[in-house]
Design a protein around this ligand. Sequence first.
Ligand SMILES: *[C@@H]1O[C@H](CO)[C@@H](O)[C@H](O)[C@H]1NC(C)=O
Ligand SMILES: *[C@@H]1O[C@H](CO)[C@@H](O)[C@H](O)[C@H]1NC(C)=O
Ligand SMILES: CC(=O)N[C@H]1CO[C@H](CO)[C@@H](O)[C@@H]1O
Length: 492
Amino acid sequence: MGNSISKGLTSLLVFLYGLFTVALYGLIAIQKGTFFKKRTERQNLELQLARDRLWNLSKDYAGLSHHFLTLADGFKFHFVSNEAPGAQAALASDRPLVIFIHGFPDSWAVWRHIASSSTLQTSANLVAIDMPGYGGTQGLDKYSATNLLEKLTELIIALRTQYGVDDSSQANKKRVTIVAHDWGCVLAMRLAAEAPSLAHRFIFTNGPLRWVILIPFAPHPQPSLARSNISRMLSSASKMLKTAIAAPLSAKTPLTQALRTLGPVAHQTLLSGYIFAMQLPPSLVVFCLTGGNYSLMSSIHKGSHGRGEYTPSDEGTSMASSMGPSAAEAKTQTSDGESYPSTIDFSHDFANIMNQANYYRQGAAVARWHKSAETVANLHSISASHQLRHPSGGTGLLDDGLPGALQAPATVFWGQHDVALSEAVCLDGLADYLTSNSQIVMLPESGHFTPIEPESRAALTKAVEWAISGEEGDIVAKVRECYPSVTLVARR
Ligand SMILES: *[C@@H]1O[C@H](CO)[C@@H](O)[C@H](O)[C@H]1NC(C)=O
Ligand SMILES: *[C@@H]1O[C@H](CO)[C@@H](O)[C@H](O)[C@H]1NC(C)=O
Ligand SMILES: CC(=O)N[C@H]1CO[C@H](CO)[C@@H](O)[C@@H]1O
């Protein structure tokens, strides 16, 4: 009874805070004058040109061509790569594999700068995917943890075969690096914890480890994650409040302490107002994300360029990255005759907007991953040969550590001026969740969109170079060559 009342109260609070956030964003957009602004003809033209550049399947983008991979159940993933999957060059034994996974509200195109680096293109097979429901990849009926992680795992295993990592004897022949940003991190961190043999190195940037329950009142909390920083902060704050209530005369100290403890949670709650807005009924979510001629998306993208220049062409490219292919590109084909999944509805200008929101709505971050028998068997077979060839790499077989701890070597980059994620909530204590041969690296000049901002994308490119060249030398020293103020926060 008490439980259902507190659940009801929680939903009400989430709803009210979501509503407040939508109203706040609306007011900010009105105050800034962007809400009632018509999109100019120039903007529409730039968007159309960018959609052709990013999504026309018969065109290459800076050395990257379009490809599709269809899973056993018919689910179709879209990705770009500098080598066609299965081609002789892709299989060549001296080419490691790098897989890039984007976040919200992006697509493969958030990696367009890093993946067009000629140094990377000449020495590795680069694959930048569209997550389910984003860009040119098919959507899911439900964005549950199991659905998403099963699809991603099957894709990565298929890519490993098509890019010559595992052959029929299941021998790991070359290194695999997974690079992820934002929501891509949430899921890739789960892979590093629950399917660590998928890659030899994970590089994460500005994304939260799932044990950080971003919404203090998450609709799908997982009991084993109860020791997250947020719940710890909440429980110590509530203890201090109880002390204050028990002894009202000397309440000042515990009250200040409680407020100080709650600070980071309040800060994150403020930053992640949009996550609460995502829990509202679908029509309000769509309004929040697209209302006022995409005011919110526009301001996110403008912010994503940091202090760099933001041209009308950049605006078009950013919006095209979020919106995916339009009806025009839906008619195009790759050189081997493939086209976008027929399930994408191209009659809407922004067909996949609710898919993107559903990642926040359907438990993808924290719910349990029920692995299928095939997944367990596939992971087992790559992990057996992984173990033989990389005995020092974590494989999750020996030391499991804290619940949710990563089992594969990871390098976490943090753009310090992240306006979407709080450093105190996401980074403090993270080192306890890393395995050996891992690092946390601070980028003090950068914000949330590290793959886009010029300084941080150079740093990330260096990190990928380091990973594919066999991790020779010190990563921080390597990154310092192009990003002098970089600092090491923690190493394991
Ligand atoms: C958005 O732009 C369209 C035309 O591009 C315009 O008709 C409309 O008034 C604008 N504002 C809102 C709030 O939709
Ligand atoms: C896609 O690109 C090809 C090759 O550049 C071009 O001929 C074609 O018109 C483009 N298709 C669309 C729908 O824009
Ligand atoms: C802000 C905060 O309380 N951070 C804590 C998160 O948890 C780790 C331990 O896992 C602490 O060391 C941090 O101080």
